[in-house]
Design a protein around this ligand. Structure first.
Ligand SMILES: [Zn+2]
Length: 246
């Protein structure tokens, strides 16, 4: 694996073609989790994946699309269209020096813009006959939700600083989980789409949405171990599909 600790010569010798970019966020996560929660999760997953693929691990993009948390101090965000442009510039610059694939490991559910951004980018590269691909690894893959979910609240009722994220930080950085972890769940009279109109602090005054009281480090460990195999499955599925169309 290569990272910002390596030199130009290391890169010239290794000739990496895959880069992995952790996309996190800097946003409030209630009183019990750090503002860098999403960045820490993305960084951990991205490092595991870059090691597995012997790829170039980019530094974490720790500021992203967190406008829904803007009223809570500690939150810093980019406009969604700025984030799309940042991703485009990173992909273009990697392509200039010989990379063929950029894997975005997204730790923040609010980064919806990444999806249309990569749809457009991949078509733009294809139309230019540029051998470059940008893949988004997030959502179901990141949360690794399935029939075998270890979570008590696997669905959309646990979306922010709840059972899933609290379990992951308990596993990855137990020293950063503040006590007491809130006792009891918060489920506002709204679904997640209401964040298109209202701030998180208006819907959930304490800054979490879900069930941190159901979190355990063991659940965090189980979920963290699933990321790489699921990401590799996804990448192989894409590769097979592309090969079958040639
Ligand atoms: Zn989060």
């Amino acid at each position: 694996m290569l990272s910002m600790n390596n030199t130009r010569r290391d890169f010239e010798q290794a000739q990496p073609q895959i880069a992995v970019l952790p996309v996190g966020a800097l946003e409030q996560h209630g009183s019990h989790l750090p503002i860098g929660t999403d960045s820490m999760i993305a960084a951990e997953y991205a490092e595991q994946l870059a090691q597995h693929l012997d790829a170039f691990l980019l530094p974490t993009l720790a500021i992203s699309s967190s406008i829904e948390h803007r009223k809570a101090i500690g939150t810093v965000y980019l406009r969604a269209d700025t984030l799309a442009l940042v991703i485009r510039d990173i992909a273009d610059s990697l392509y200039s020096s010989g990379f063929k694939q950029l894997l975005l490991v997204n730790g923040h559910g609010g980064n919806y813009i990444l999806k249309p951004a990569i749809r457009q980018l991949n078509r733009d590269y294809a139309d230019r006959q540029a051998e470059m691909e940008v893949v988004l690894l997030s959502g179901a893959i990141i949360n690794a939700i399935g029939d075998d979910s270890p979570f008590k609240h696997p669905g959309s009722s646990d979306i922010h600083a709840g059972e899933k994220e609290t379990s992951l930080i308990m596993h990855l950085r137990p020293d950063l989980v503040r006590q007491p972890v809130p006792d009891g769940g918060v489920l506002p009279e709204a679904d997640q789409s209401m964040l298109d109109y209202l701030d998180m602090t208006e819907l959930c005054a304490d800054g979490y949405w879900g069930y941190p009281d159901s979190a355990t480090p063991e659940k965090g460990r189980l979920i963290a171990e699933r990321f790489v195999p699921r990401a590799i499955d996804y990448l192989e599925k894409l590769k097979r599909l592309k090969a079958s169309l040639r």
